[in-house]
Design a protein around this ligand. Structure first.
Ligand SMILES: Cc1ncc(COP(=O)(O)O)c(C=O)c1O
Length: 423
């Protein structure tokens, strides 16, 4: 894939042209679980709480919410309690930044920490394209490390660290999605979590831990996040609320508790990141933060109970999609389907399917037009080569009925392709 290409724009366009097609392309959360009508109640709750806690009038609080505000955020105390309660992460309010989505967190983090001449950003390959594309477009040196069934390959990571050190470059950031990785669905093993933290200490790099899907765990209890076991402050934590709550909030929680030395002065990295953010988005909308703050207060700083039904709903979809794949492709009568394989993700929104032929943009259009189903080629997520004969199915925003019809249509497409290949 050429990183200059706008692959998400391409998929959106295909979805809008073939609007009747069933789309497994985007990992959007299911709007069935939205409760937008409660937003005003949460906002009111926040205002009332502030009146009580700050001893100010309602009008003063309203004025404050209508103004420009603190760049790091206005609900950091509430978020600190939430991170402790739901994620066992200890973060001081001043080490938290409330950003405009994880995408902004990635951008301001990289812009503050990395220099374009000597620093290298290593990312899981394949990975969420938000970081690779941001880095490339802005001229940062970004390189990939393969993902294994236990997360980022530590062997390969060590080789890259040595390679870059031998040519006088410095790996500054390693970006990982330890839980239910997008796009592969893989989970980083517990052993590898500790080893990665150790490597960060030995080789002096920072880890960007992107936790967009950790709440969607469908099996045993998930492993601890890297941040919750990060004794040496090596991890910058990015917790998007887009999947946990609503993408429209554009809210993410960033924990930056490192200090760095600049010209002999020790500075808090969170202050430097905040300075960068100040020149990009000034501050994250206060009214949205207040609404989320009210939600946290109302739910006693834990979202687990509120999200239980949603997580169970997603698990049902994953199970149903796996069942459909099993029933469609794993039958003895279908010789053509024996070469179609898929993984069994323990959480998240995605299933990865291996095919006996390559798929790219042309195949996406062909399949959408003739078979009315849309998928994402895995190659879209690789930095250079890889994933040519794989596709990603996102099941989060489809009903069970759509999943069934979609898999039937995908099977027709795959069968047709294989039969044509044999001719
Ligand atoms: C791994 C990962 N990180 C971050 C995001 C986007 O986060 P946000 O909406 O908070 O910018 C996504 C969205 O698909 C994602 O898959």
């Amino acid at each position: 894939m050429n990183l200059g290409e706008d692959v998400m724009g391409f998929l959106n366009e295909v979805q809008s042209i073939y609007s009747k097609a069933i789309s497994f392309a985007s990992g959007r959360p299911d709007a069935k679980y939205f409760n937008i009508e409660k937003f005003s109640e949460y906002l009111d709750f926040f205002i009332k709480t502030e009146v009580l806690e700050k001893g100010q009038t309602e009008n003063e609080i309203l004025g404050y919410l209508g103004q420009y505000n603190r760049t790091k955020g206005i609900i950091n105390k509430e978020v600190s309690k939430y991170l402790w309660k739901d994620e066992a992460i200890q973060a001081l309010p001043e080490d938290i930044l409330i950003t405009v989505g994880t995408q902004e967190g990635i951008a301001v983090g990289i812009m503050t920490i990395c220099n374009k001449e000597n620093d290298v950003i290593l990312v899981e390959d394949p990975a969420y394209i938000g970081i690779t594309h941001f880095s490339k477009i802005n001229g940062y040196h970004v390189d990939g490390v393969p993902v294994t069934s236990n997360g980022i390959s530590l062997e390969n990571l060590e080789e890259k660290l040595q390679h870059y050190s031998s040519i006088g470059k410095r790996v500054r950031v390693v970006y990982v999605i330890p839980d239910f990785q997008n796009p592969s669905g893989v989970v980083m093993s517990l052993e590898n979590r500790y080893k990665l933290l150790e490597l960060a200490e030995i080789h002096d790099f920072l880890i960007f831990e992107d936790n967009a899907y950790g709440d969607f765990s469908y099996e045993n209890s998930p492993y601890p996040t890297l941040k919750s076991i990060d004794k040496n402050n090596r991890v910058i934590y990015l917790k998007s609320l887009s999947k946990t709550l609503y993408p429209s909030l554009r809210l993410s929680l960033m924990v930056v508790n490192q200090s760095i030395s600049v010209e002999g002065n020790v500075l808090k990295l969170s202050d430097l990141v905040s300075k960068t953010k100040g020149y990009i988005t000034v501050n994250t909308p206060s009214i949205i933060q207040a609404m989320f703050g009210g939600m946290l207060h109302q739910h006693n700083f834990s979202l687990k109970k509120m999200n239980k039904e949603k997580v169970l709903g997603m698990k049902e979809k994953r199970n149903y999609l796996l069942k459909c794949l099993e029933e469609t492709f794993n039958t003895k009568n279908n010789s053509w389907s024996n070469e179609v394989k898929w993984n069994y993700p323990k959480g998240g929104f995605f299933i990865r399917v291996k095919l006996p032929f390559e798929v790219g943009k042309e195949e996406v259009v062909e399949c959408a037009e003739k078979f009315k189903v849309i998928f994402t080629p895995m190659s879209f997520f690789y930095l250079n080569e890889g994933g040519e004969n794989e596709l990603r199915l996102a099941f989060s925003n489809l009903s069970l009925e759509e999943i069934k019809i979609g898999i039937d249509r995908l099977a027709d497409y795959i069968k047709n392709k294989i039969e044509n290949l044999k001719k």
